[in-house]
Ligand binder design. Structure first.
Ligand SMILES: Nc1ncnc2c1ncn2[C@@H]1O[C@H](COP(=O)(O)OP(=O)(O)OP(=O)(O)O)[C@@H](O)[C@H]1O
Ligand SMILES: [Mg+2]
Length: 348
């Protein structure tokens, strides 16, 4: 459980320190006071990624040189992240971790945000990012496969810009073979993760009465197709000067009662579907990591009607730490701690 968080120059916060003394915390305040930023900082300290931006510099307070996130856990363990214009420094318990793979995994989070709707409405890249990010945190072999794939792909694409049809394809074929080897493992892993998520989805005690939810993997190529591509379709890649097939183009859709939820489900149903998928992910992370992830709920309840708010809360596990945000004030009680964030909205 996180006991304390301190942010310095993170987004709009020059300095803010929050103490969590209950497993359930409710952060409230007006629009723009920096509630999402607080959850973003916790998410970043866990995953080394932001759910809002791929440009880390966005996290540094305007006109400052660095941002700092410090998290102290119940057992006094500490994580610290410093983001500067040249990169980030990660440390755990005072020891700097130079490799991301050595840093991640010390605590897990699952974030629920309105952006999750991208799991249905987003581009294939949005969706791949979801699977990739969540799974690489649990499976370092997957992280290393993704890195390897990216590297070889970059090499192959560079070569494709410098080669003409009819040239000697020896080196191109070597890179194709390597991509096939790593790509095959990525396809297998993705198949497995999606299967595991589907198993968890089936087990959800309450599916918000919207029917059977199923994630359907749409790999760009089967392993056989990919092999064929790299062995016989080099010319096509040479014309386009880039690799046009492979796991870097994979997609998935989420079906509801056998129909594509993107086309079929209502706005509200789509929200419930992605919440269900996130809860399934949460169960899976709990199982695989044997830890209880911290749940970050960014203004989620306000999007649901009263009945679904109850269903959602009843579907959440009981003993995980939950930190939620809202613009609405509620009264503190012994079950939930409330924290008010003050400040001016800082547009412009
Ligand atoms: N790098 C930055 N430097 C300074 N301010 C920033 C930076 N990035 C974002 N902001 C500002 O920080 C503020 C906090 O944004 P945040 O999304 O955390 O607010 P919020 O409390 O979640 O609001 P809402 O209730 O509308 O969701 C916004 O006013 C935004 O313009
Ligand atoms: Mg917000």
């Amino acid at each position: 459980m996180i006991r304390k968080i301190e942010l310095t120059n993170f987004r709009n916060h020059e300095f803010i320190s929050l103490d969590f003394d209950n497993r359930k915390s409710y952060i409230y305040g007006n629009n723009g006071v920096g509630k999402t930023a607080i959850l973003e900082a916790i998410y970043f300290a866990s995953t080394t990624k932001s759910m809002r931006t791929s440009n880390e510099k966005d996290l540094i307070k305007k006109d400052e040189n660095f941002a700092k996130i410090k998290i102290i856990f119940e057992n006094n363990k500490r994580n610290e992240v410093i983001i500067s214009k040249t990169g980030k420094r990660l440390s755990a318990n005072g020891v700097e971790k130079r490799r991301i793979s050595d840093y991640i995994g010390s605590f897990n989070v699952v974030m629920f945000t309105s952006e999750d709707i991208l799991l249905i409405k987003g581009t294939p890249m949005d969706k791949r990012n979801f699977i990739d990010l969540e799974w690489m945190l649990l499976d370092k072999e997957y992280l290393s496969l993704l890195n390897k794939y990216r590297k070889i792909l970059k090499q192959r694409n560079a070569l494709l810009k410098n080669i003409k049809i009819g040239d000697d394809y020896t080196f191109l074929n070597i890179l194709g073979k390597q991509l096939l080897e790593v790509g095959t493992k990525i396809i297998e892993k993705r198949t497995e993760v999606i299967e595991l998520l589907n198993e968890e989805l089936k087990k959800l005690p309450n599916k918000f009465d919207i029917g059977e939810i199923e994630i359907v993997y749409k790999p760009d190529q089967t392993v056989k197709g990919l092999k064929n591509w790299f062995e016989t379709k080099q010319d096509r890649d040479i014309i386009y000067e880039s690799t046009n097939a492979g796991p870097h183009k994979d997609d998935f859709i989420i079906n509801i009662g056998g129909k594509d939820s993107k086309i079929y489900a209502s706005q509200g149903e789509q929200r419930l579907i992605v919440i269900a998928v996130k809860i399934a992910l949460l169960q899976l992370i709990t199982k695989v990591s044997k830890q209880k992830p911290i749940l970050l709920l960014d203004d989620i309840l306000s999007e649901l009607d009263e009945r679904n708010q109850k269903l959602f809360l009843n579907n959440l596990p009981k003993d995980n730490q939950i930190i939620m945000t809202s613009v609405k004030e509620i009264k503190s009680n012994d079950k939930i701690q409330t924290i008010k964030i003050e400040g001016e909205m800082q547009l412009g």
